[in-house]
Write a protein that binds this ligand. Sequence first.
Ligand code: S3P
Length: 429
Amino acid sequence: MQSYTVKGVRGVRGEITVPGDKSISHRSIMLGSLANGITRVSGFLRGEDALATLQAFRDMGIEITDDGETVTIAGKGLHGLSEPTDVLDCGNSGTSMRLLAGLLAGQSFFSVLSGDKYLRNRPMKRVVEPISRMGGRILGRAGNTKAPLAIQGSPLKGISYDSPVSSAQVKSAIMLAALYADGETTITEPHLSRDHSERMFRHFGASVESFPGGVRLSGGAELQGRDIVVPGDISSAAFFMVAALIVPGSELLIKNVGINPTRTGILDILCAMGGDIELLNQSEDSGEPVADILVRSSQLKGIDISGEVVPRAIDEFPAICVAAAHASGTTRVSGAEELRVKETDRIAAMTANLRKAGVEVVDTPDGMEIVGRERLEPCAAESFGDHRIAMSMLVAGIATEGETTVSDVECIATSFPGFLDLLKGVSVS
Ligand code: S3P
């Protein structure tokens, strides 16, 4: 297990691009495989999570080639997958496992999904339950709540599902199952979660109705292969945005970042904290809005964070915690209990790490209170095997006056290969 040490820096400066959006990369492989004809994906994220999805479809007989620039998928249509001869390995990726659980339930074959020790401990009942109500046959460990999941494909029927959680993985799993279901499927959720599936279904020619609070679609839609340009991942850009805000003397331009409104909670939160952030060159590609993001160092102030912005920033809370730790006053996060079931319990992980850096933090069942201070203390932080915890604490480290070590940083490769070099490249020592 490799640890990594960073030193305090005197500025974060330059112009960067971040790797492709993880959510869109997963979905491009899934829909490209189920479409008729060729799909070409540029900007695909070659991180372990999205590559696990890519391999799963190869294991089900889909020809997928990668020339380093473009990933080309020879889609075989809705009924073109073949039974995998071994367990499909989702690695650390909740998106691979949950979306595949929905998609595989409607096939005419048997399959098994598993993953690493972190993924095998994450809740799967949230997809097993609605998919079973559609007629899906899924068995799993711990009373069908945890992976490995064994799926015997079967005929499905459309349902109306009122999801108790705002989760794009749950919504997308049901949408993928709905493609195979008889009749109409309606899904509602407390707050709108990321809508990349809705956008990509439409991009591939399937009709999906979005209405306030939910989505509706019918089974049997034919998907047509398409070209997809994947924008930079705003969840990856977030670490650099926070770095540039908290290190004095910084100015950073992050080019070509996806700014889908269901993902821009991080921009709303950092701007409400007083962050100097500008969006430039706004455009749209493959049904997704894109912009360059210019960030300059700022004196941040603590704010209250709750409600609909929480799912729109769900992956950014580790980075937001680091921003809050540098703000004047207290930041209060509530309604974010989902953080407890991410790659690790992110409330517990960030509470432990920030306390090591001298920050006063109170953790609550659904959030935390963070009392900002002028400068954090260098410390030995733990990644807990979670890529976003590791990157957040490295960003915290470059804003100290000393050396911060983060344990087990290999996990960063799940979403952001090249992060360490990029961080070094923009750091002014
Ligand atoms: C994702 C949805 C979110 C997010 C995850 C990616 C997706 O998970 O945290 O990183 O691509 O659908 P939840 O659906 O559990 O909120």
